[in-house]
Design a protein around this ligand. Sequence first.
Ligand SMILES: Cc1ncc(COP(=O)(O)O)c(C=O)c1O
Length: 382
Amino acid sequence: MDFKSVIDRHGTNSLKWDLFDDDLPMWVADMDFRVAPKIQEAILKRAAHPVYGYTVVPDELFESYISWWDRRYDFKMSREDMAYAIGVMPSISSMIRCLTDEDDEILIQTPVYHVFFYVIEDNNRKVLENELIYENEVYRIDFDDLDEKLSKAKMMILCNPHNPIGKIWSREELDKIEELCKKHDVILISDEIHCDLTDPGVKYNPCDSSDNVITCLSPSKSFNIAGFQSSVVHTRNRELLEKIKNQMHVDNSDSCNVFATAAVIAAYKESEDWLEELKEAIYENKQIVREFIANELPIISLVECDATYLLWLDCSRLNVSSKVLSEFLRQNQGLFLSAGVDFGQCGDNFLRMNIACPEELLKEGLLKLKAGIIALNNIRNF
Ligand SMILES: Cc1ncc(COP(=O)(O)O)c(C=O)c1O
């Protein structure tokens, strides 16, 4: 598989490449790699039929999810416990609306995927932050704080594995989270969209789906098909599932795109080898960044991670806010990294870097990062 060639994505209405001119974009979470060949084949085959009317979700799609999680993660699901959605965030938004009330508090563990803040606030609910503890370049959960905050919360949205810190939560940590949610009668949504993208040989732990747990699953990140907008919701709690299905129907977030069906089935049924090679390519990129930082940019450090293609760079020794730093890198070098503060105030000493790109682009990005930091320090020391 070719993970080395640079593909020009300009002119494809790409959020990453067409929204802001001339920047080297290493922010939004999509990959600059060619899709798995079987996915493209399936799309071309479907496109060859000249009618693209409304579509139903075939059982084969659900079966492809069931088989994937069973054989890769020993996680058993049944069709009756699943519902189709047009993406993880639309489904979470619907769940917030039908399972909580206005002004209810919803807990998230910060720093975290920024859209978790928006989806809570845009639905007129309140964000309750359980800040992760950061010590010696490692993150862990503050369980005492979690216990206390959950006593006020109606829902918790877990990021498993966690974006932006790239951490896989252990079985023990997940069990403890589930137990605390049960104790306080809190609905636990586990967003597992990044679950397949782990270091080679490492596996994430699915949240166990006891009856207060809902998992959100999708091939969007793993197979770089976010543009198709497709996911499923899974819970063993049929009462919750019925409410969610009704709400997604009201919100029109349960309809299926004619090409999404073909892409998802081809991903889960025919593209596993591609995914394993992709994981190797991302891991190699991670090593390149690790070495570059150690040798060329020791003023910043890489937070150890075992999942996602998003690296969390500790820039605290630069003594500058992440917004100023990321804006400076854009103006000075045309390099676009995400400001850590976007993921919560406690992320302000960090930048997030997307490394899912050919090595050539990654190296260009690293050189720009170094040049930008030198330029910033020169200006400040002037
Ligand atoms: C943790 C997490 N959840 C959800 C999404 C978006 O999912 P969707 O496009 O299916 O709404 C992202 C995208 O980056 C993400 O990082």
